[in-house]
Write a protein that binds this ligand. Structure first.
Ligand SMILES: Nc1ncnc2c1ncn2[C@@H]1O[C@H](COP(=O)(O)OP(=O)(O)OP(=O)(O)O)[C@@H](O)[C@H]1O
Ligand SMILES: [Mg+2]
Length: 276
């Protein structure tokens, strides 16, 4: 049993209501996300899916206040995120970026300790509470034995779990994970997805970017499908994922089956549209 599941060890979390209002995002005059109105259900897992370049990571960056809007707003509990101090935003919202770099020689434990940074200040230095949060996160990500290894000596999957542990240690009400399982073997994928489920069960608002539609259907309560910077479908995965959606998103013909254990949609790609 991970420590996250142990009763009383995880601090109670105040649910966060995260939404966007007519949100426009882009880079240097180029618009990549258009007039997005989105509400991320509190205490639930939302998966964002869509083709490469459709704006998923850009959106996640904006939800974490690391990427400013060109228009509209991100609202946290009804308040414009841009008006929050960065440290206050970091106490409420944790982001695992798609690509994350750390200085040479940094160990897993150093990185995970860094996740506690937003909780410190002039009057609040490193505390037993921080140490406990780091221990919980290392345990949850199955990294206790590797904790003192430098990141640059790890495998890609071990490194990915270290970054996930850093975000978990932040103990934020909103947890945003950009392709958190892309480098993980099947066992560690399920471990991370179970952890994601636990985080939502504790009342956190969890948002994942995933490429595998069947995994998204199995592990998310709410699915947001994006194409060219717009939401094209949204809702419970079983209602949203159809061969028509797969064709619209990826230009791929597919058969959608039911997972025999969970009953959730399983997408079997057949061919690209227009090919034999
Ligand atoms: N720093 C940047 N400067 C300029 N353009 C960018 C920058 N980052 C992303 N883009 C562009 O913005 C668009 C959306 O990129 P984004 O990374 O949000 O896509 P994505 O949906 O996360 O794709 P992927 O599935 O490949 O990760 C793309 O056209 C991309 O080329
Ligand atoms: Mg991306």
């Amino acid at each position: 049993m991970s420590l996250l599941e142990a009763p009383g060890t995880q601090p109670a979390v105040e649910a966060a209501d995260l939404a966007t209002e007519a949100l426009d995002l882009g880079y240097d005059g180029t618009r990549v996300v258009h007039a997005l109105d989105l509400r991320l259900p509190p205490g639930r897992v939302t998966a964002i899916v869509g083709p490469n370049g459709c704006g998923k990571s850009t959106l996640l960056g904006a939800l974490a206040r690391v990427h400013g809007p060109q228009g509209g707003a991100v609202l946290l509990d009804g308040r414009d995120l841009a008006t929050l101090r960065p440290r206050d935003a970091a106490r409420r919202i944790g982001l695992l970026p798609q690509q994350a770099d750390a200085p040479d020689g940094l160990t897993i434990r150093d990185l995970v300790r860094y996740g506690r940074h937003p909780h410190q200040g002039l009057l609040r230095q490193w505390s037993p509470e921080d140490a406990a949060a780091v221990h919980r996160a290392l345990t949850a990500a199955d990294l206790l034995e590797l904790a003192d290894r430098p990141l640059d000596t790890l495998s890609g999957g071990q490194r990915q779990r270290a970054w996930i542990a850093m975000v978990v240690a932040q103990e934020t009400a909103v947890v945003l994970l950009d392709e958190p399982t892309s480098a993980l073997d099947l066992g560690h994928q399920l471990e991370v997805l179970d952890l994601v489920h636990d985080l939502a069960a504790q009342g956190r608002t969890v948002v994942l970017v995933l490429h595998d539609l069947s995994t998204a259907c199995r592990h998310a309560d709410h699915l947001v499908a994006m194409c060219e910077g717009r939401v094209v479908a949204e809702g419970p995965p079983a209602d949203v994922v159809t061969p028509g959606l797969v064709r619209e998103l990826y230009g791929v013909e597919s058969v959608v089956l039911r997972d025999p254990t969970s009953g959730t949609p399983v997408v079997c790609p057949v061919r690209r549209v227009g090919t034999r």
